[in-house]
Design a protein around this ligand. Structure first.
Ligand code: GCU
Ligand code: CA
Length: 489
């Protein structure tokens, strides 16, 4: 393992790599997606003829309904969940009189004789917006003329389920297009960030990260006309990466980056978060928000698994041991007064307890545990992820954190966990299984490789490896049924 000074020197020569979507992670639920249904495409039906003789329509034409009472156009639309939907109906009415229609949803008239006012020309298209209730799954929406003039010409129907608020537009705090960078001058704390990702006019591929390369949303693809609203809770600290400022202190305030192959943003708001569940991370360089690529801590990928209402506050810091984390004023003393009732504190040490005795290690961890409990918080012990040091096909005892004075640090953590009734996530065992199953060669991708990363390091993770470790931590959070489970995406 490199000394802190060596690591900083190495980091400074590594090229900064733009954020990319971590493909292994699952995307979140999009809550507001608009889907367009063209009147000329089956299963839509048209009591009349599909024509294309008046310009400005979308798709390949429009429905020119018969001029008769009851002549209808019907659409079949789907909704992911039952609830309110916004329906936008595009039509042209080049005649001089209103062409009213009954709106019939799943056979029931929900809005009788709805006005479709003249648009002036048959080539002038307008949009009528309605709110209707839909069932989960398939629904029919029928527009039936109530006068002998029939319907106006119908182009399409667009259905937005879930959240129906109009995106507020890109704020002045954002600049650039690829990536889009946004800066909000806010104080340290927790913020609710709402991002409307996608664009009315063009397709997009957008990933979101904040602060010091902290991953929030892996790249999502949006079709033209589809805007998805995402809500996250984000922790802002100063310095923004490692609490002691190693590798750079960043910019005060909240920095948000939208990258991906075609970033599209239709709105972004930042408000103070009220009372989120905070998950504090107490750890070392394998956990921390690493400011410079290729180094990546698992704590900086963990937020991709967490939905709004819960937030990861990563106090991981390079080179820290159970003792230094306890005493350094930027670390536990800074975190401790912020811990509130039910907040989780994940405690992972071992990498830098190379010569710590068993009793000192236990005492340091017990102090952390007791102080967290005094605040009403819930401590959780996380045994350290393995180093990639093989003897044949098996990891060595050094890899498994038996330290320089023969203390088996993970075993001490497990024992302490059972004696103090603290949940333990056995990341040593989980990562041992993963690294050994990949074997000496294939496990290299989890760590840093000269050929790819410009540095060989069998302790620190690549972005890929940090993502795998975050997956194992999430698995442990589920197994221990910690409060974060109800916020996992
Ligand atoms: C015209 C127009 C048609 C329209 C019809 C109507 O014929 O070209 O597109 O449907 O009027 O009044 O319904
Ligand atoms: Ca007509």
């Amino acid at each position: 393992m490199f000394s802190r000074r060596q690591r900083v020197a190495l980091l400074s020569v590594c090229a900064a790599v733009a954020v990319a979507g971590a493909g292994a992670l699952t995307a979140t639920a999009a809550v507001a997606a608009a889907t367009r249904y063209e009147a000329e495409n089956a299963p839509a039906t048209c009591d009349g003829v599909v024509e294309s003789n008046h310009a400005g329509y979308s798709g390949s034409g429009f429905c020119n309904g018969n001029n008769a009472v009851g002549a209808a156009a019907q659409f079949t639309v789907s909704a992911a969940a039952a609830g309110t939907a916004t329906v936008r109906i595009r039509y042209a009415n080049g005649a001089t009189a209103n062409r009213p229609a009954d709106v019939v949803v799943n056979g029931a008239v929900v809005q009788a004789a709805t006005a479709f006012s003249p648009t002036g020309e048959w080539t002038t298209w307008a949009t009528k917006t309605l709110t209707v209730s839909l069932n989960a799954g398939s629904n029919t929406i029928r527009l039936a003329a109530t006068t002998s003039n029939g319907l106006g010409n119908l182009d399409y129907l667009e259905v937005t389920t879930g959240d129906t608020t109009t995106p507020p537009g890109r704020p002045a705090e954002c600049t650039g297009n690829s990536p889009i960078r946004c800066h909000f001058a806010v104080s340290p704390g927790n913020y609710t960030v709402t991002a409307w990702i996608g664009d009315r006019a063009s397709a997009g591929n957008t990933a979101m990260s904040v602060e010091a390369r902290r991953r929030i949303l892996p790249a999502v693809t949006t079709a033209a006309g589809t805007i998805s609203k995402y809500v996250f809770t984000i922790n802002v600290r100063q310095p923004e990466g490692q609490p002691t400022g190693q590798g750079g202190t960043g910019t005060p305030g909240l920095d948000i980056t939208f990258a991906g192959s075609a970033p599209k943003l239709s709105g972004l708001t930042v408000e103070p978060a009220s009372n989120p569940l905070v998950v504090y991370l107490a750890g070392d360089s394998t956990v921390c928000d690493q400011p410079s690529a290729p180094y990546t801590g698992w704590g900086q990928i963990l937020p991709t698994h967490v939905s709004a209402g819960a937030v990861i506050a990563n106090y991981g810091d390079s080179g820290e041991s159970s003792g230094s984390f306890l005493s350094n004023s930027a670390l536990f003393p800074a975190m401790r007064p912020l811990i509130k009732q039910n907040d989780l504190v994940l405690i992972q040490f071992g990498h830098n307890d190379k010569s710590t005795s068993a009793s000192t290690f236990r005492n340091n961890l017990a102090s952390l545990i007791n102080h967290v409990r005094e605040r009403g918080g819930v401590p959780v012990l996380v045994t350290p992820p393995v180093r990639r040091l093989f003897n044949g096909n098996q990891l060595t005892s050094t890899a498994l954190h038996v330290n320089g004075v023969s203390v088996n640090l993970p075993a001490e953590m497990r024992r302490l966990g059972s004696s103090l009734n603290v949940p333990v996530i056995d990341l040593t065992a989980k990562s041992e299984a993963l690294v050994e199953s990949l074997g000496p060669a294939n496990s290299a991708q989890l760590f840093l490789r000269q050929s790819v990363d410009g540095v060989t390091d069998n302790t620190h993770f690549s972005e890929y490896g940090a993502g795998k470790m975050a997956d194992l931590v999430v698995q442990g959070i589920r197994e221990r049924n910690l409060a974060l489970v109800s916020y996992l995406r």
